[in-house]
Design a protein around this ligand. Structure first.
Ligand code: CA
Length: 238
């Protein structure tokens, strides 16, 4: 089994290599993000151990670039601290597993074996509502053949709506899922973002996929597939 370890702490990287080689793995080491990305793109590996904090490109950037290039090698991410958002983020952008430093070496080996048994990482499902498509792995949004450029926050709001496609979600649900849980600003920020999204994904295309459900929240749907005359408030005002 061939494993790429991308870790900038040279002592730790070498200890990992020694241990993994002793356990029968073939190991390549890279010490920064750019070299790691290059190796992971050019060589076939059964798994990649990817440190989060790296020089030149960090682990998230490496992983994002890999998935963007359609490299689906399973990735085990090494994160620095327990209890931060980075673990959720690691899964969100397509890491297959993570370990928090410091970790037991045997645990790393067990996780690696589990990952390689599972095989190539599957690409997360593409989300759609009619001709509107959001690809979480490639961080890409399209209406038909047209690429739409969204800010990270707009992307997150749209992704949340699409994960609940055809269901009504309230402003507070959107707030809780997209904004930091400690965000105590005005809930009207949601309306502002809904307006931004409509200007990008609906209005230029003559669509009304993001609907306001009065007094309840918002719903995204494949409006073409909906029955004509289906009752909902589809006003373009947030
Ligand atoms: Ca590091």
């Amino acid at each position: 089994m061939r494993v790429l370890v991308v870790e900038d702490e040279v002592g730790l990287a070498q200890a990992l290599r020694r241990g993994l080689v002793a356990d029968g793995f073939t190991v390549d080491l890279m010490h920064d993000g750019v070299d790691g990305l290059w190796a992971a793109t050019e060589q076939p590996y059964d798994a990649i151990v990817l440190d989060l904090m790296l020089p030149s490109l960090n682990g998230f950037q490496v992983l994002e670039a890999l998935r963007d290039r359609e490299v689906w090698t399973p990735v085990l991410m090494l994160t620095a601290t327990e209890g931060t958002v980075t673990q959720a983020d690691a899964f969100d952008i397509g890491a297959d597993d993570y370990l928090t430093k410091p970790f037991e070496f045997v645990l790393l080996v067990a996780r690696l074996r589990a990952l390689t048994r599972r095989g190539t990482s599957t690409r997360p499902a593409v989300l759609r509502a009619g001709s509107l498509v959001l690809d979480p792995a490639r961080r890409r949004v399209m209406r038909g053949d047209v690429d739409i450029s969204l800010t990270p926050r707009e992307f997150a709001v749209l992704e949340f709506l699409l994960r609940n496609c055809e269901d009504v979600v309230s402003k507070s649900q959107i707030m809780q899922n997209v904004w930091d849980e400690h965000f105590d600003g005005d809930a009207n920020i949601v309306e502002v973002y809904i307006r931004y999204l409509r200007k990008k994904v609906d209005i230029p295309f003559g669509r009304h996929s993001i609907q306001t459900v009065r007094g309840m929240g918002y719903r995204i749907s494949d409006e073409v597939a909906r029955r004509p005359g289906a009752r909902s408030s589809t006003g373009a005002q947030g």
